[in-house]
Design a protein around this ligand. Structure first.
Ligand SMILES: [Zn+2]
Length: 490
């Protein structure tokens, strides 16, 4: 048996494929802990931290409930986001949170991570000691006495969480707006350059570059400078922390970013045509007529197709597309927006020959975005696919800008995806729709606690997580035993 273990290899990538599941990605295979352990036949279970907020209403005071989850990401695409691989670590209210709360939460997480990375369970009671004095509990031994280590390798969340919990800078920061590269608002490195030769592409941050920027910022007391962390964040103390662990989240960056801008802009530009039969010269009346026509189209589309995430049409008003002085942006949930893309494709094809050049540009813009979405759905991506992706993204932005639509920093983040995919694996491996479904569970816990996440509840959650860990070990035995016999690319 020992023989088989020592010969154990991670299943290699199939021919020509450059991105698939995380455990086949360069980031996992090149991880220092994985390299060290593979020699001894030990396994390293990669985990990711994820956070998202959910709106709650308590005593008529609107509030946000933040959840922090741990995902086990050692399985193949699709499997990673299933419920058994996810766990709620803690829940806290935005209005309750102060620096101390976050410090406490991070201390608990760091206490877990530190023990897990050396292949041990965290020992209760040690969490109160400083990190370097903590002693772990018994080893996470497998059935052949093989050691399993569990290591944090990814962090995902929305910008608000990166800013509040991790201490990262604001995305609308005047200079150095992007945490992933050194793009600036203006000048040569402007983030608004969407060509394939954009100078900022050469400035993407590696961990080493991040440390250098960090050092430069530290010298000025983090008051200014190019570090993505405004102050020294607690997460820096996580074992094997690397800046590249912090990931773009498909849902936050694309579905409720790039996509809702496209849908909003395109629909807004089509309203006058859809409502051309009403209102005479009154533009507002025409637009309101357009919204009614659009509503009828959506209703028909939902009736003809099996769509599971539908927008509530009763509340569908002009303000859902554009409100106030800001540019058009469709106000819908991520999954709902995705499901509206095919309908929008039909609309732009129908109105391709109106509005002159705008009609054609609008059509090409949506068509290119559809193609990128198709690529993002694939379980495996080849080198050619990624080259195609880059090309499509650049052409998409060319048509988007040609339509006169507004650009936002999320359009820039969109350009970081191919590079991140080559490093980490396909996006379907880490998009977070199923994480969203956990929001119901969060709300339930919140209600059970009577509107207060009590310390008792925190302890319960942590015990539940430890129970999950036990369960994970059985799963790891299974997955890695399968890996011994499975053929490449399977
Ligand atoms: Zn960037």
């Amino acid at each position: 048996m020992t023989n088989i273990i020592s010969k154990w290899r991670l299943p290699p990538q199939a021919d020509g494929i450059v991105a698939s599941s995380f455990t086949r990605s360069p980031e996992y295979l090149g991880h220092p802990l994985v390299q060290e352990c593979s020699v001894r036949g030990e396994t390293v279970v990669p985990i990711s931290l994820y956070s998202d907020g959910v709106k709650v209403c308590c005593d008529s005071h609107p509030d946000t409930l933040y959840g922090i989850y741990v995902n086990f990401i050692h399985r193949d695409a699709d499997e990673c986001t299933k419920k058994a691989n996810k766990h709620v670590v803690t829940v806290y209210r935005k209005s309750d949170v102060c620096d101390e709360t976050l410090t406490d939460i991070w201390n608990i997480i760091l206490w877990d991570l530190k023990a897990l990375a050396v292949g041990c369970k965290p020992r209760l009671g040690e969490e109160v000691k400083p990190l370097e004095e903590q002693v772990p509990d018994e080893p996470l031994g497998g059935m052949w006495g093989v050691w399993h280590k569990v290591c944090l390798m990814q962090i995902r969340g929305d910008w608000a969480w990166y800013c509040e919990a991790l201490g990262a800078w604001q995305w609308n920061c005047k200079s150095y707006m992007c945490p992933f590269c050194r793009a600036r608002r203006d000048g040569r490195l402007t983030w608004k350059n969407f060509s394939l030769q954009a100078p900022w592409l050469a400035t993407c941050r590696t961990h080493r570059r991040f440390l250098r920027d960090m050092e430069r910022s530290r010298r000025s007391g983090f008051r200014r400078g190019p570090s993505p962390f405004a102050f020294e964040s607690r997460i820096l103390q996580a074992p094997f922390f690397a800046w590249t662990m912090i990931k773009l989240d498909w849902m936050h960056a694309v579905d409720i970013g790039v996509l809702v801008y496209v849908l909003g802009e395109v629909w807004w530009s089509l309203l006058l045509h859809l409502g051309s039969h009403v209102g005479g010269r009154n533009l507002l009346k025409k637009r309101l007529g357009g919204v009614r026509a659009l509503k009828a189209r959506i209703k028909k589309y939902y009736a003809d197709h099996h769509v599971d995430s539908r927008i509530p049409l009763r509340r569908f008003k002009l303000t859902k597309i554009k409100s106030g002085r800001t540019g058009p942006k469709l106000k819908v949930k991520a999954a709902q927006a995705r499901k509206l893309l095919p309908l929008t494709m039909q609309l732009v094809a129908e109105f391709r020959n109106v509005d002159g050049a705008l009609g054609e540009n609008r059509f090409q813009c949506v068509r290119h975005l559809c193609q990128i979405y198709e690529l993002s759905n694939q379980r495996e991506l080849s080198d050619a696919d990624l080259t195609n992706w880059r090309q499509l993204a650049s052409t998409f932005m060319y048509f988007y800008v040609s339509c006169g639509f507004r650009v936002y920093p999320k359009h820039h983040y969109f350009f970081h995806f191919p590079e991140q995919i080559a490093r980490t694996g396909v996006p379907r491996d880490f998009w977070t729709y199923s994480d969203e479904s956990k929001n119901f569970q969060l709300k339930r816990i919140f209600e059970v606690c009577g509107g207060r996440a009590s310390s008792c509840q925190q302890v319960l959650l942590h015990l539940e997580w430890l129970f999950r860990l036990e369960h994970l070990l059985e799963d790891v035995e299974q997955v890695f035993t399968c890996a011994l016999t499975s053929s490449p690319g399977k």
